[in-house]
Design a protein around this ligand. Structure first.
Ligand SMILES: [Zn+2]
Length: 139
């Protein structure tokens, strides 16, 4: 046991030696923090803030960030995919499959409509602030 304590003592002394450069560490940390902050700010301002707004049966179904790659079920009959800031209908069990053939939408105001399922997928500008923006809303 004593041996262990002695070892810890030596280690503590060694740490003290390192702590002389505490100022350097603090400086490094602040530089990194500033860099992270700048990156975060930049990505916030660069974001064109588009949302993929989904309606089903005339009611709001959810709003999803266009920036986040994901697949979303709309009810059980439709499935959309968001990837690389593009959206398309990857699956629909509607009779006409027109929605699947509407292809990719990626700019504000563009829509994909599935008439049989009364589904509307539209890209909208995110006018709200970050905190009000829902990442995912699932009914
Ligand atoms: Zn359809």
């Amino acid at each position: 046991m004593q041996e262990v304590t002695a070892k810890q003592d030596t280690e503590n002394k060694r740490k003290k030696g390192v702590s002389v450069k505490k100022a350097d560490i603090i400086l490094g940390v602040s530089v990194i923090t500033a860099a992270i902050f700048l990156l975060a700010a930049r990505s916030f301002f660069q974001k064109d803030g588009a949302l993929v707004v989904v309606e089903k049966d005339g009611r709001s179904y959810g709003a999803f960030s266009l920036m986040k790659n994901q697949e979303i079920w709309i009810g059980t009959g439709n499935r959309i995919k968001i990837q690389d800031q593009k959206v398309w209908m990857i699956f629909s069990d509607c009779p006409d499959h027109l929605c699947e053939h509407q292809g990719i939408i990626q700019t504000e105001g563009e829509t994909i409509v599935c008439l049989p399922h009364r589904v509307v997928v539209q890209i909208e500008e995110d006018r709200e602030t970050q905190e009000e923006k829902p990442d995912v809303i699932v009914s």
